[in-house]
Design a binder for this molecule. Structure first.
Ligand SMILES: [Zn+2]
Length: 446
């Protein structure tokens, strides 16, 4: 298993067979062949290999600058303070980009640049002046401690911030002719073209921002003494104001194990259906890690509790930040595993799951091939466009997911935005991607 471990830990190396790619438009297919593994494989081995999972690979937070760096959180905060003291007309800060959120929804707009590729979206970054004016309309004075620092892009000399705007105000910014809309992050997730690295980067930024802002909301008081907390280091941590306490509080991450349980023969996988799922959607088992428990123990315990299946070997696959869970838990980290079953008899815990079944590789492949993920993505993107134009108000998530099922599919799996999809597809097609298992570590590293 060591080779598998090395391979999977080097990169998610999210592989999907060429059969699966036949579902994509020729343009997507051409782009897909250029990425990642194709540098070390022949052009006939076509695979969709995401550079990273959705919400990972954030392009503006890759490195933490040194404190003296003009783009470090504290330097950026000092500049921000100066800028905010200026009168509105004097602020000239094209490189200060602010992303407003409302109820966990980032501001988005249409991406006119991608018209040729069909509808798409981009984050609704606005400058400090526009942000100040917009917040004034909502009855809020923009202060430096309401902004949280997201990161920088030194080539563009840009610093990025996020801010929560009032829930009660139903306003959206209007800047020139550009139309904006606050869009559910899950809808943007489905709408993101996973072949488009820039769009995937935007999604990762939005996910990071949402997690940070939600954490600020839920950490307003010190858990130690009950005193108020204030943001420090441009919102990257908080501290209790009580002089006798001064407890430092850091952004919380809630780790979750997600596992594809595989039978001894490596022929079948255990998939489950939860009552909250849309009909015909099956996925991997998952569960929160408990205190004092290793990841492997959590995989075995959760599998046993939910299905009475005993798991032996547990092999790490990859991990994914998941900021689209409940708002009380905006920063889950999904840690993905292959879990090898020692038993076969399923006894479903009906409190946890509606059903769990073994599925053959053939059935899983079939389900992956008939699912219309690309169509779901394009439909969701078109919906975002309509929302930004003010045509559509609804944000029905189940509708987004239903599209990907295809009309006749007896079952389908979460789309390529979810680690579950890649656990399932990399197992299903592990034999058909030539050489994948034996790629040396450097060949798949970012
Ligand atoms: Zn305290």
């Amino acid at each position: 298993m060591l080779s598998q471990l090395l391979c999977f830990s080097a990169s998610p190396a999210l592989s999907v067979s060429k059969n699966y790619l036949l579902l994509l438009k020729p343009l997507s297919l051409a782009r897909a062949t250029v990425c990642h593994l194709s540098t070390t494989t022949t052009t006939t081995t076509m695979s969709v290999n995401l550079q990273s999972h959705a919400f990972a690979g954030n392009p503006i937070r890759s490195k933490t600058p040194k404190p003296s760096d003009p783009f470090s959180p504290n330097s950026a905060l000092e500049t921000l303070k100066t800028q905010l003291l200026e009168t509105t007309h004097q602020i000239n800060s094209p490189n200060f980009k602010v992303l407003p959120f409302r109820k966990g929804r980032p501001l988005a707009s249409n991406s006119s640049a991608s018209d040729a590729l069909g509808p798409n979206w981009r984050l609704g970054w606005i400058g400090l002046v526009d942000c100040k004016l917009f917040l004034a309309k909502c009855g809020i004075d923009l202060s430096y401690d309401s902004l949280v620092y997201l990161g920088s892009e030194s080539a563009a000399e840009a610093v990025y911030w996020a801010v929560n705007v009032a829930e009660e105000a139903n306003l959206v910014p209007e800047i020139g002719a550009e139309k904006f809309c606050f869009v559910e992050l899950r809808t943007l997730m489905v709408a993101t073209d996973w072949d488009d690295q820039h769009a995937m980067g935007e999604l990762a930024i939005a996910g990071h921002a949402r997690a940070l802002l939600e954490w600020h909301v839920t950490s307003r008081y010190c858990g130690n003494c009950g005193g108020k907390t204030v943001p420090m280091e441009a919102g990257r941590r908080k501290q209790c104001v009580n002089d006798l306490c001064k407890k430092r509080v850091y952004p919380r991450i809630d780790p979750v194990v997600i596992m594809l349980v595989i039978d001894k023969e490596n022929d079948r996988v255990l998939l489950s259906h939860q009552s909250r799922f849309v009909p015909r959607l099956w996925s991997c088992l998952a569960g929160f890690i408990e205190p004092g428990e290793s990841l492997e123990e959590a995989v075995r315990r959760e599998t046993w509790e939910e299905t009475s299946i005993e798991v032996g070997e547990v092999v790490y696959h990859s991990s994914q930040p998941w900021p689209v869970g409940p708002s009380s838990m905006p920063c889950q980290l999904m840690v993905g595993f292959f879990a090898y079953a020692k038993s076969l008899e399923i006894n479903v815990d009906k409190d946890e799951l509606e059903d769990a079944k073994w599925h053959s590789r053939e059935d899983v492949k079939k389900a992956l091939m008939v699912a219309e993920y690309k169509k779901a993505q394009q439909t969701a993107a078109a919906k975002v466009t309509q929302m930004c134009k003010g045509v559509e108000k609804g944000q029905s998530l189940s509708a987004d997911f239903n599209v990907e099922s295809g009309e006749l599919a007896p079952m389908f799996f979460p789309g390529p935005f979810a680690i579950a999809h890649h656990l399932i597809s990399s197992w299903a097609f592990q034999d058909s991607v030539n050489g994948f298992q034996s790629q040396p570590k450097h060949a798949v590293a970012d």
